[in-house]
Design a binder for this molecule. Structure first.
Ligand SMILES: [Zn+2]
Length: 297
């Protein structure tokens, strides 16, 4: 996505005022507080000094470097492995997020603006503007979820999927989502509940259904519930548990043991098709979702 497309929406993360692109210096300039932000390979890097140092430290940790490697791999072998992972994995999504996204995009009309926070290397839809803390394949803006570099009321829809557990003080990110949404705008969030530790590049929290609804209490709840179910959680936990017996810090050995366990365990996840009907399914769910609306006024 061209820099031009996001420029109108960008704000200074320090003073929240509109910024301009300084063509000569090839940087983003805030005329209100005189802050400057670099543009690297066409992507604005919109961190405050402190947040930028924080993120840099995280990305340079062993977990951070592992995460970057994972998102930047796109060789044939990696793609083949990923295809295999689609079938031999604990992943079984019970809520059709793709359909919801398409419905919401249609409903918002032609001039809609959609933001995905923590998109990794994917682009959900050509309309979506991607924010992340590092430059991946489809990143449009680099910045911090707790200090979104966008003007108030810029977006019709904000998508944030399995990201809030990686944000210290997630309440701040949710307040920012509320700020950048237009009145009447929607937020869709997925968070893990019964899911093993995964450092991307940090892992700070888990959310129960009540906890998730409370986190988004400034929004009107439209829908919430189980995104991945108890069987997915069980398969994930058991395969991770099995991998602990490698006693190795080598991630390849851990992944090999996990894959071996998954080969036997993964069909269990299909039981979620039955369990999803149980109103108590959220009590052991792998992931939960929340769809909310920002009311006007
Ligand atoms: Zn400023």
């Amino acid at each position: 996505m061209a820099l031009q497309k996001v420029l109108d929406l960008l704000s200074c993360p320090v003073c929240r005022k509109k910024v301009a692109y300084d063509q000569e210096g090839m940087q983003i300039l805030c005329q209100a507080c005189d802050e400057r932000y670099p543009v690297k390979n066409g992507v604005p890097v919109m961190f405050t000094g402190e947040d930028g140092r924080d993120v840099k430290d995280l990305l340079q940790s062993p977990q951070g470097m592992e995460m970057i490697r994972e998102f930047k791999k796109n060789g044939l072998l990696f793609k083949a492995l990923n295809l295999g992972k689609r079938f031999v994995s604990s992943n079984l999504v019970l809520f059709d997020g793709k359909r919801l996204l398409e419905e919401l995009i249609r409903e918002k009309g032609e001039n809609r603006r959609v933001l995905e926070i923590g998109a990794g290397n994917r682009r959900l839809n050509p309309d979506v503007i991607n924010l992340d803390i590092e430059h991946f394949e489809n990143t449009d803006v680099i910045g911090d979820a707790r200090r979104l570099p966008f003007l108030d009321e810029s977006f019709d829809l904000v998508w944030i999927e399995v990201v809030l557990e990686h944000v210290r003080r997630p309440q701040e990110a949710v307040a920012e989502i509320h700020r950048v949404l237009k009145p009447g705008g929607h937020v869709f969030s997925v968070v893990p509940f019964i899911h093993p530790y995964h450092s991307y590049p940090g892992d700070y929290s888990r959310f129960s259904l009540e906890g998730l609804e409370d986190l988004f209490s400034r929004f009107t709840r439209k829908k919430s519930g189980v995104y991945r179910g108890p069987s997915a959680a069980l398969v994930n936990f058991l395969s991770d548990y099995f991998s602990l017996f490698s006693f190795s810090t080598d991630r390849r050995i851990y992944l090999l043991l996990k894959a071996m366990a998954l080969c036997f365990l993964f069909p269990l996840k299909l039981l979620d098709r039955i369990l999803v009907r149980n109103p108590r399914a959220h009590e052991l769910a792998h992931c939960l979702f929340f769809l909310g609306k920002k009311e006007s006024g």
